[in-house]
Design a protein around this ligand. Structure first.
Ligand SMILES: Nc1ncnc2c1ncn2[C@@H]1O[C@H](COP(=O)(O)OP(=O)(O)O)[C@@H](O)[C@H]1O
Ligand SMILES: [Mg+2]
Length: 412
């Protein structure tokens, strides 16, 4: 019988905090295990994802390696007391295959030569049992700090688009913004719809064998070469991970797999633009949880605005950071029946960006399958260019600032 215990986040109904550390233990004795669980219950910093009861059997033990690759824990705590040789070889193998994982040794022995050998096999911490709570806390904080630093150095931005009400233009704006960003930044568009996604149609992409959900089922194989088999390249330079084409039944990936993929994609691209499924289900929540910005797209109509207010209320209940949410008013019309002040009063939030109503230009772009084919001097093009400039931090020239008025950056 397999005595290993694995905890799935989804079992607990809510995805863990995105920056919480995941811990796998290997051969940890019962006393140390219950002590560790006691510590972790009281600290949100980390959580136990699995407790394996065996070491790596031999160099060919691919089951063991695949299991750990699948979990990709931030930390492996290996108990060295059961078999020091095997524990050392296990640490070495983990160091080879999971380069991002920190390895801690736990042992009741404190002889310096044993500590040195454990450190040589790849352990960065040596914890004498019974483990001291403060020592563990400090070690976790060090791993968390290193991870944050690395993420800040390499991380791209995740921008998620959510339609407040179907048809407000979330897909359209995600595509246009992504294609504009792709002109200067390595950008990926993810079509996060479990069945029929629209991005492939709007971009006139050829039918592709694989889609995002196929990738999500293979998180243990994620690397940049593997990703290439899933990405479709648009002539504008934008790379796309399409949604399933609706021939099969809707696909699901689970929030953990989605978060793992998003973190991986964030490390590969400067911008990851996600066209979200409008249903605020667990999967959508897992992705927007990681996002740098959530663009909530509405049109200046009562029903659409009422839905913005409802979304804000729902996200507020979920403790979603309000400053990450940016309300986009699409199809905005000068002198429209509902004024901007009325909109902001109704939704209790500033409008972040206004995109003009330019149906002919949008339809032309869709028919051409090319978001960049809108007229360069159109108000739509100007709005999108300025949005991109605000994102990539390029200053908007003085001459433009003066004329910005209608479609400019309002903060929010
Ligand atoms: N700024 C705009 N001006 C005019 N029409 C627009 C604009 N943005 C989107 N549309 C139109 O709205 C339709 C619905 O947009 P879509 O992006 O599919 O919405 P959603 O993804 O929110 O359901 C598109 O077919 C497009 O014709
Ligand atoms: Mg859409």
């Amino acid at each position: 019988m397999n005595s290993d215990r694995t905890t799935r986040h989804s079992e607990r109904g809510k995805a863990p905090a995105a920056d919480s550390l995941s811990i796998a233990t290997l051969c940890l004795d019962q006393e140390a295990s219950s002590q560790l669980r006691g510590f972790l219950d009281s600290m949100p910093l980390a959580q136990l994802v699995t407790e394996l009861q065996h070491y790596l059997a031999d160099e060919q033990d691919s089951v063991f390696v695949d299991r750990l690759k699948d979990l990709r824990p931030d930390i492996c705590i290996i108990d060295f007391d059961r078999d020091r040789e095997k524990a050392g070889r296990t640490a070495e193998r983990i160091r080879e295959v999971l380069t991002e994982t920190a390895i801690f040794a736990a042992s009741s022995k404190s002889q310096p030569d044993l500590i040195i050998r454990a450190m040589r096999s790849g352990c960065t911490e040596y914890m004498i049992k019974p483990v001291d709570r403060d020592q563990l806390l400090e070690a976790l904080a060090r791993v968390g700090g290193r991870r944050r630093e690395k993420r800040e150095q390499t991380a791209g931005q995740i921008l998620t688009f959510l339609s407040a009400k179907g048809g407000t233009g979330a897909t359209t704006l995600a595509i246009h913004l992504a294609a504009h960003l792709a002109q200067t930044k390595k950008t990926l568009l993810v079509d996060l719809h479990p069945d029929l996604g629209d991005a492939s149609i709007f971009l006139a992409l050829p039918r592709h064998q694989y889609h995002f959900y196929d990738l999500a089922e293979n998180t243990h194989r994620l690397d940049s070469d593997f990703l290439q088999g899933f990405v479709v390249r648009h002539p504008t330079g934008l790379e796309v991970l399409p949604a399933p084409d609706g021939v099969e039944s809707p696909r699901h990936a689970g929030s953990e797999a989605l978060q793992r993929i998003m973190e991986f994609l964030r490390a590969q691209y400067e911008f990851v633009v996600v066209d979200c499924n409008p249903a605020l289900n667990e999967e959508t929540m897992a992705v927007i949880d990681l996002a740098d910005h959530l663009y909530l797209v509405a049109t200046p109509e009562i029903l659409s605005l009422r839905n913005v207010a409802r979304h804000l209320e729902f996200l507020g209940r979920y403790d979603y950071p309000r400053d990450k949410i940016r309300v986009i008013i699409n199809r905005h019309m000068k002198g429209g029946t509902i004024t901007d002040a009325q909109i902001e009063k109704a939704i209790h939030k500033n409008i972040f960006w206004k995109v003009p109503n330019q149906y002919a230009e949008i339809i032309k772009a869709i028919n051409n399958g090319d978001p960049l084919s809108i007229a360069p001097r159109s108000e739509l093009m100007r709005s999108l260019n300025e949005w991109v400039e605000a994102l990539i931090g390029k200053p908007i020239p003085e001459s433009k600032k003066a004329e910005k008025g209608m479609f400019g950056f309002l903060g929010g």
